[in-house]
Design a protein around this ligand. Structure first.
Ligand code: ADP
Ligand code: GN1
Ligand code: MG
Length: 385
């Protein structure tokens, strides 16, 4: 793991014009604004750490929410308020829990809404900054992977009884592989920047596997696996860790909505069990660490003991391949389209990210029977319903 550092100064768009003092005054914040700095390495929003002059006041995370990706921010924030309220209520009743550190706290705007809409039409939101010592960008031990699995598994289990209507779908088709394949075909056809030739191998790798990747979609369509409330962006960097390496809090709740358990298992494995970074330049270093996989699977299955069906468990190992594939496909489409979606730091960044995912997928294919054995052994150690 590495400490959370302000990394995205280069890609921070539009921040120079933002009036942080004005924004600070719009939210129900305690203290006096001392500084505002770009923060974190997320690919989607413009994120800032706000510090106050008073020692006793916490820091805050202020985000300009990406409106190109999230089309209905009031509904998105409605989801987040429902989810964080529910998690907080559950944790308040749990002995030894610390909801202030373990759940995101949304700070409302002074007019009472959970966001602020500025005069330029930008949506802003604010969270209490959670003190942490590390993020899951690099996972160094099976113990950390276990911690991550426990937290993401517990997230699903705590939200199993979320009352009320289904959450809003904040990005339609977010994990619908056919939808992503259609977008890919369109951009390939148009090839607006004439980038197709540089990505010929990756394009072929995606096309070759398109059929087999529809498995989870079909299981869902046939009603063989249940819809649950899932996080849907279980990249390890969306976990905060404390100084003792314990996973504290799940962050980045924009995509919490109905999904399959496979989404949270698969995305976490492809992000956290890779020996290399998501944009590793040296492809020879990319590969899935089977010990990290085992650690993650153990934590996840233990946290969901008694909750998952045999059918769900049977496809967990496959979901890791699906997410290496689908995230690779999305990076590749974004590269071909001219990088409108994921923030980049250099022109071929998304192509390199796609290469890493596809290399990881190939390595998972080699290790697949071991992955299946591990999941079935660990699941056998936990009761299933
Ligand atoms: P993105 O969708 O762009 O990844 P995130 O919501 O994940 O946006 O936030 C970006 C980064 O900001 C995170 O990776 C983390 O470093 C930091 N962050 C977000 N919320 C908090 C919080 N409440 N406390 C501490 N750090 C946070
Ligand atoms: C984005 O928001 P962030 O940086 O945690 C993306 C995920 C991708 C990931 C790849 C809303 O995650 O789906 O898997 O990048 N989030 C969204 O790094 O598209
Ligand atoms: Mg994030």
């Amino acid at each position: 793991m590495k400490n959370a550092m302000p990394e995205n100064k280069i890609t921070c768009r539009g921040s120079a014009d933002d009036d942080f003092a004005g924004l600070f005054s719009r939210f129900a914040l305690a203290g006096t604004l001392a500084s505002a700095q770009p923060y974190g390495s997320g690919h989607i929003h413009e994120t800032f750490l706000l510090k106050t002059s008073e020692r006793e006041c916490p820091g805050y995370i202020l985000q300009r929410v990406n409106q190109h990706i999230f089309k209905d921010i009031p509904r998105l924030m409605e989801n987040i308020v429902r989810v964080t309220d529910h998690l907080r209520r559950k944790l308040e009743a749990a002995p030894g829990a610390d909801p202030g550190l373990q759940v995101l706290t949304v700070v409302p705007a002074r007019i009472g809404l959970p966001f602020h809409l500025d005069e330029h039409g930008h949506y802003w939101r604010c969270y209490v900054f959670i003190e942490h010592r590390g993020q899951g960008d690099r996972v160094e031990s099976p113990r950390h992977a276990f911690e991550a699995g426990t937290l993401f598994g517990r997230f699903i289990s705590l939200l199993n009884d979320l009352p009320g209507p289904p959450l809003h779908e904040t990005i339609p088709g977010f994990h619908h592989v056919e939808f992503h394949l259609r977008k890919f075909s369109e951009v390939l056809q148009a090839d607006p920047l004439r980038r197709k030739a540089q990505a010929a191998n990756e394009i072929a790798a995606v096309q070759r596997r398109a059929g087999e990747m529809k498995r989870i979609l079909r299981l869902g369509q046939d009603g063989r696996i249940p819809r649950r409330v899932t996080h849907n962006d279980t990249k390890f960097s969306n976990l905060l860790f404390d100084g003792r390496g314990r996973a504290l809090c799940v962050i980045d709740l924009d995509t919490v909505m109905p999904g399959y358990v496979h989404y949270d298992f698969g995305d976490a494995v492809r992000s956290g069990c890779n020996r290399a970074r998501e944009d590793e330049p040296e492809l020879g270093r990319v590969g899935m660490d089977i010990d990290l996989f085992t650690g993650y699977a153990r934590g996840f299955l233990e946290a969901l003991r008694g909750c998952l069906s045999a059918e769900e468990i049977a496809h967990l190992a496959f979901s890791a391949k699906l997410f290496a594939y689908m995230v690779g496909l999305r990076f590749l489409s974004d590269y071909l389209a001219g990088d409108p979606y994921f923030k980049i730091k250099y022109p071929g960044h998304n192509l390199q990210r796609a290469r890493v995912q596809l290399r990881l997928l190939t390595d998972m294919e080699h290790q697949f029977s071991s992955m299946e054995d591990i999941v079935s052994r660990l699941a056998g150690e936990t009761a299933i319903c």
